[in-house]
Design a protein around this ligand. Structure first.
Ligand code: ADP
Ligand code: MG
Length: 308
């Protein structure tokens, strides 16, 4: 029996609640055999597109006094509940269809960040929908926010993405696991809070891959499984001479980072998260697509980072 931390990518969860519920229901089907085999499961998920949409829904608060201003940490808390609900319900439904009864809990999770983290001066984490260059330029002029090109897919708003330091609810996650729950935690990278002075929310979105890695390390997991839109990470991504990566060592992964093969804010944090986890534990880290989860344990068509 292994302990598996599985991270779902926010960008693979569709563009609206209906799409999300359907995609999650499909994805969690692949978790059923893992539960049936007795593995302990911790699920984390991204919230880049979702937190951006929630944030956008409150945007009129600048002009409409009936709409309260909703800070980013609160938007992340909402996204944890909203995505957690879909995972909790989808998983319960498919487990029931397979005659398995299992307790499932979504935990609102806070993560400590440093007030002096350099990222607050250099926002880099894409959130919300993709826009054309023309619209992004207009939005930048109007709002003073920063929009950047995101891995060839269009322009997106970027916010600060500080390094996660400590998961506040880690002991609760352990308690839930020990009492037989599948745990959904650290959603959207957790709600960023400052430890200094008082527990105050930080206007940032922590990268969920780095939090999933920290959680997997804290829980001494056997595997960190990062599920996204692509089956494998690639060298020369988006170019004609692209090469899919299979099993690579820590050192190879670091070399490819140094050579600039992975885009910041998308594939780079996944590779970094995988490296951090493998370096600090004896675990394996896998990056693959949401629909390839059934092949993770046999290592087929996945990118795996391991310690030699
Ligand atoms: P998630 O929501 O799962 O975190 P992201 O969009 O943040 O997804 O990251 C996955 C995306 O990273 C892929 O869909 C791909 O467009 C992009 N990407 C950037 N560099 C690479 C690379 N070297 N290999 C594969 N995908 C890459
Ligand atoms: Mg991402």
């Amino acid at each position: 029996m292994s302990k598996l931390v599985i991270a779902f990518g926010g960008n693979a969860l569709g563009n609206n609640p209906k799409e999300q519920q359907a995609l999650i229901k499909k994805a969690v089907k692949n978790i059923v055999p893992l539960v049936a085999d007795g593995h302990e499961i911790i699920i984390s998920h991204g919230n880049g597109p979702q937190v951006g949409i929630i944030n956008l829904a409150f945007e009129d608060s600048y002009e409409n006094p009936d709409i309260p201003y909703m800070p980013l940490p609160e938007c992340t808390a909402m996204s944890q509940g909203y995505i957690g609900y879909h995972i909790q319900k989808g998983l319960r439904d498919v487990l029931e269809e397979n005659g398995i009864t299992k307790k499932i809990a979504t935990l609102v999770t806070q993560v400590v960040v440093d007030k002096n983290d350099p990222s607050f001066k250099h926002p880099s984490k894409p959130v919300g929908p993709f826009y054309s260059k023309k619209i992004a330029e207009k939005l930048m002029q109007e709002s003073g926010e920063i929009y950047i090109e995101d891995a060839g897919r269009g322009y997106r708003k970027v916010v600060a993405s500080p390094k996660p330091i400590e998961i506040i609810e880690i002991a609760t996650i352990k308690d839930l696991l020990n009492s037989g729950h599948i745990v959904i935690a650290g959603g959207g990278g957790g709600i960023p809070i400052y430890k200094q002075n008082e527990a105050k929310g930080a206007s940032a979105v922590i990268d969920k891959d780095l939090v999933a890695s920290l959680m997997a390390t804290n829980l001494k997991a056997d595997m960190l499984i990062i599920l996204t839109k692509v089956k494998q990470a690639e060298l020369n991504y988006g170019k004609e001479n692209a090469i899919k990566l299979g099993k690579i060592t820590l050192e190879e992964a670091q070399t490819y980072i140094n050579e600039g093969h992975f885009a910041a804010g998308s594939m780079l944090p996944k590779i970094q998260a995988a490296i951090n986890f493998v370096d600090e534990t004896n675990g394996r880290a896998i990056i693959t697509s949401l629909d390839n989860l059934q092949n993770v344990l046999i290592g087929k068509n996945v990118t795996e980072i391991y310690k030699k």
